[in-house]
Design a protein around this ligand. Sequence first.
Ligand code: CTP
Length: 404
Amino acid sequence: MSTLSGKRILLGVTGSIAAYKAADILRRLKEQGAVVRVVMTKNAARFVSKLTFETLSEMPVLIDEFAEHDKAGIGHILATDDADLSLIAPATANIIGKIAAGIADDALTSAVMALECPIVIAPAMNDRMYRNPVLQRNIRFLKEQGVRFIEPETGPLACGTVGQGRLADPDGIVQEIVSFFSPKELSGVNVLVTAGPTQEPLDAVRFISNPSTGKMGYAVAQAARERGASVTLISGPTHLTPPPGIKVIKVRTAAEMRRAVMASSGESRVVIMAAAVSDFKPALLSDRKVKKDSLPPVLQLERTDDILRELGSAKGRLLLVGFAAETDNVVENAVRKLKDKNLDLIVVNNVLQEGTGFGCDTNAVTIIDRSGSAVDIPMMTKTEVAVRVIDKIVELAANTGILP
Ligand code: CTP
């Protein structure tokens, strides 16, 4: 089941250059199963046509409540009737001011006035406008009324300057919405997640590593956060943007990852080792670049410390989750690792199966617990697989008294 299945979202779009990003947000909300109805301002329609939103939402779009079509289709009251949540993205300084002042002089502001569901606002504007004390006062006031804000990002702005005002990343906005609807069973629980590969240098420019991109671990961290956990993500080198609301510790080598895990695991109730930690490291030749003529033809390798095994050997009340990538005897090998490393759960995938494993956006896994129960999760996005893994962790945590 998609994470927003059956949720009705009213998407308000206002006249900012970032209005085109609202089309992407709408598409992603729909992908998650939401029913999205768009209400836009006349200025928003100068940037992106109503037809774009009508096509993507498969619903009539409300702009002018006095237009013939809109009267026959949806009025501002009807548009708000069954909404579970309203998202205004992008929101200009003008719409924020109008909502704060209780003005209802167009379809969107009238709809907002009639809303009884929670409101989330993602502002987008010039950085000087964003810093304006009147706007900031309006934001503070609306927050006091329970309106949630997704802060704009800092970066190059359409007006040519650099500052805070760029609409938050559409992916992050959708994650916030998903998070809003998720049950919060892990609230008050510290969850530690590792992700990505490690790199084991042999000199200043060469290292051994593996093709892990970190996507699975990042998705797990995000899914845990969506269920209310306080998440620390210890990440090897990746190109991924960390999900919002998560503490991220970046490391490079297996030794650095071990140190970071040991420093944080004491205060964690759940540790999920999704990282593809290198099992071997080369004996370091130099911290400078070694010329190729001086490189030995055969590399001496040393074993790295097995972080998961170390945690398992003294785990107390820790709920310990391992990942395994296998090619042969997939389930047997995973069960052996679960027992050897004293884990509560192991998530295993066959990396030879198409659409699974390193770098893919999808995965198909088997989740095995200590009782030997094995659940096959068929091919789905890593985000969805992560939700299934967290579902199982929530179930185990509840049974073992780990939840507060
Ligand atoms: N792991 C770890 N520390 C290491 C190596 C792996 O904590 N030095 C963790 C991984 O994060 C993963 C699990 O152990 O959760 C993988 O188990 P492992 O037995 O190391 O799998 P492989 O490296 O695939 O082992 P093998 O090559 O024997 O199959």
